[in-house]
Design a protein around this ligand. Structure first.
Ligand SMILES: *Cc1c(COP(=O)(O)O)cnc(C)c1O
Length: 378
């Protein structure tokens, strides 16, 4: 007997015939890069975030790299940032030999704790790089206030947060420069891709130039600065256009899945659900729960053995081998970030996740928690 073992992935994209048709049309057209799809994709994102400029690039990491370059950050400068993030939010600093200065997070949201930032500011500090982790918005009013007081730039890594609202406004607008990403596990996808948004015309111009080998504004072959080939092709942009057309629908579906999980898990002992906070609307990037760190890895293994893909979702950046070696971190420096990271489990989550699959995840989660509790007691 026994229930059939399912195989539920951690994430999956939401692609319809509309996307397929549009991408195929690009393939039938003469322009495969730097064409009308790119222009429309940028316009759609700019209008959605309500900023004058959006510059599409080939990844979220490229977007972050150009953000760092466009603000003129360089060797010797310090940037205050979070250790609780995907590696790219710090490697974009390392690429330019800028020194990351980590500051601890708020234990509830996992985002930089504004109250701990000011003590990290030195005469070398040039910017604060915040991350809207797991789609939760940073406390941008407080961050911008600190930045203004100390004359610092703010980069907002919103790569996990397109559509998230902070006090009624979509994230990405308040910072000097913000970035989005469109890898297939993000809310919307272009395969690979990223976007820079800004209200600063000079920054926008610099990003456009550096995306294209550092070219001058109208110059065919005149290069004013070091640049890159960070272009994103028309196939990806066509996909992005339709995903942006459908973004409200996609985010609603994701919200429904998240709420279904919350409803089914709310009385389960031994887990902490994602926080619900006033003044913000979360665009769900992943669905995560938190459990006692002593059982976390065993629980992930238990779920994986039963066909439920779940993951730890990122050790803290300062505990990654490269950063330990380079800066001498040993772990323990940022207790909130480390606790948040060690307790987190991401469960299967995507807009078309079926309720029967959610039930299967919940059932196995419950059994896993019981099994590990009993094992711990013996
Ligand atoms: C996804 C992500 C990025 C960018 O990733 P790419 O794979 O380069 O598009 C950057 N920062 C964070 C926090 C992310 O989650």
């Amino acid at each position: 007997m026994g229930e059939i073992k399912k195989n539920i992935p951690l994430s999956s994209q939401d692609i319809t015939d509309l996307e397929i048709e549009r991408v195929v049309n690009v393939l039938k057209s003469p322009i495969l890069s730097r064409g009308p799809e790119l222009k429309e994709f940028e316009e759609r994102v700019a209008s959605y975030i309500d900023v004058p400029y959006a510059i599409a690039v080939n990844s979220g990491t490229s977007a972050l790299h150009l953000a760092v370059k466009a603000l003129g950050l360089k060797e010797g400068d310090e940037v205050i940032t979070t250790p609780l993030s995907f590696i790219a939010s710090t490697s974009c600093l390392m690429m330019e030999r800028v020194t990351p200065v980590f500051s601890d997070v708020d234990l509830e949201t996992g985002n930089l704790d504004p109250a701990q930032i000011e003590e990290k500011i030195t005469s070398k500090t040039k910017a604060i790089l915040v991350v809207d982790y797991f789609g939760y918005p940073c406390d941008m009013d407080k961050i911008m206030e600190i930045a203004k007081k100390h004359n610092l730039y703010v980069i907002e890594d919103s790569c996990e947060a397109i559509g998230t609202e902070y006090k009624g406004e979509r994230v990405g607008k308040k910072a000097d420069i913000a970035t989005f990403a469109f890898f297939p596990n993000k809310q919307i996808t272009t395969g690979e891709g990223g976007m820079i948004v800004t209200s600063n015309k000079k920054i926008a111009k610099l990003c456009r130039s550096m995306r294209h080998h550092g070219s001058a504004d109208n110059g065919w072959a005149i290069n004013e600065r070091i640049g890159y080939n960070y272009w994103i092709n028309e196939l990806s942009c066509a996909l992005g256009c339709v995903q942006m057309q459908r973004i409200d629908e996609i985010l609603k579906k994701r919200e429904k899945v998240a709420n279904t999980y919350i409803d089914k898990l709310k009385d389960m002992p031994g887990i902490r659900l994602p926080p619900k906070l006033p003044d913000m609307k979360v665009s769900w990037y992943i669905f995560f729960i938190q459990v006692d760190q002593k059982i976390r890895d065993d629980l992930i293994k238990y779920l994986q053995e039963r066909g439920v893909s779940s993951r730890e979702y990122f050790p803290c950046i300062h505990t990654q081998p490269f950063y330990k070696e380079k800066f001498g971190f040993t772990g323990g420096e940022f207790p909130n970030a480390e606790k948040f990271s060690k307790e987190t489990i991401a469960l299967p989550f995507y807009s078309n996740l079926k309720e029967e699959d959610i039930n299967y995840v919940v059932k196995n989660l419950k059994e896993g928690l019981n099994y590990l509790k009993e094992k711990g007691n013996n």
